[in-house]
Design a binder for this molecule. Structure first.
Ligand SMILES: Nc1ncnc2c1ncn2[C@@H]1O[C@H](COP(=O)(O)OS(=O)(=O)O)[C@@H](OP(=O)(O)O)[C@H]1O
Length: 267
């Protein structure tokens, strides 16, 4: 926790991604803790040249008013895949705590694909536009070689072993806490939250009764407020043959990620 009080102090923790792994629900769940203060919107500070140029004084002004015993958390889900972000965050505070939410890389990729299809007009980068009007199957398989299309962004953003490397160059492993997004969404959110509280040095707060399983959504939700239609979609099934190929493709990367992070997530 920062020694400083009020607006102008920098965050104690950043949720760095992975995009579409459940980062928003993790932030919302942590926000229930009486000693947590969050930044609501994604600032996209460390992954954008123009925003980063605004400097740390701008960034600190976006932080909520907080006392010195509170934990301030910012989350931008795209930091994880931006290789310059770890160095920039390290320059701000080498002791900062980082939370990485991950989920089955194939499910994350599917969610990412349908997100871009829904919000194509809002996302501006050229590669996003190339993805629109193509099926997921068309993007995943290179039609010329009939091999997995390694350059498809959805695959790159699920290649956790590669993406974690720059973070591990700048931060010790113990400073990066991994939250299992599949467990948050489908199994035991309270267990994941208690581990995150411990990592953040917060007094234990989360109880099982803070959550309920929403049968309509098919997700564990916070009692008193589940997400609306913007989160938690039912996606069309992926071609089983392509799913099998993706499973084999991700297998090595997943094993490497498990070895680096010291835990097997079972995908
Ligand atoms: N309780 C609950 N309600 C709704 N959705 C839930 C929940 N828990 C986890 N999820 C999963 O979170 C996915 C969105 O992930 P992120 O919040 O990381 O997305 S983002 O990158 O910030 O846009 C979201 O992806 P979509 O299903 O594609 O919307 C869900 O799979």
């Amino acid at each position: 926790m920062s020694g400083k009080t009020g607006v102008g102090r920098l965050p104690d923790c950043i949720i760095i991604g992975a995009r579409k792994a459940g980062t928003r629900i993790v932030l919302a769940m942590l926000n229930r803790h009486p000693k947590v203060k969050i930044v609501g919107p994604e600032l996209g500070f460390f992954n954008s040249a123009s925003t980063y140029q605004k400097g740390l004084s701008w960034y600190s002004q976006q932080m909520p008013n907080a006392t010195s015993d509170e934990v301030v958390i910012e989350k931008t889900a795209d930091y994880f895949q931006y290789s310059e972000a770890p160095e920039r965050i390290h320059a701000m505070n080498p002791g900062i705590k980082l939370i990485l939410v991950i989920r089955d890389p194939i499910e994350r990729m599917i969610s990412d694909y349908y997100f871009i299809q829904r919000y194509a007009s809002r996302v501006s980068s050229a590669y996003h536009f190339q993805e629109v009007n193509k099926t997921l199957e068309e993007l995943v398989i290179n039609s010329t070689t009939n091999k997995i299309n390694y350059s498809y962004g959805g695959i790159c953003r699920s290649s956790y072993a590669k993406l974690i490397q720059p973070w591990l160059r700048w931060f010790p492993r113990k400073q990066i806490h991994v939250v299992n997004g599949d467990n948050i969404a489908k199994n035991n959110p309270a267990q994941e939250l208690r581990q995150a509280e411990k990592f953040l040095g917060l007094r234990p707060f989360t109880k099982d009764r803070h959550f309920y399983y929403d049968n309509d959504k098919g997700y564990w939700c916070l009692r008193g407020g589940c997400f609306g239609a913007e989160k938690g979609h039912v996606h069309p099934p992926l071609d089983p043959e392509i799913r099998g190929r993706l499973f084999r493709h991700f297998w090595r990367s997943n094993q490497e990620f498990f070895a680096l992070m010291g835990r097997d997530y079972g995908w």
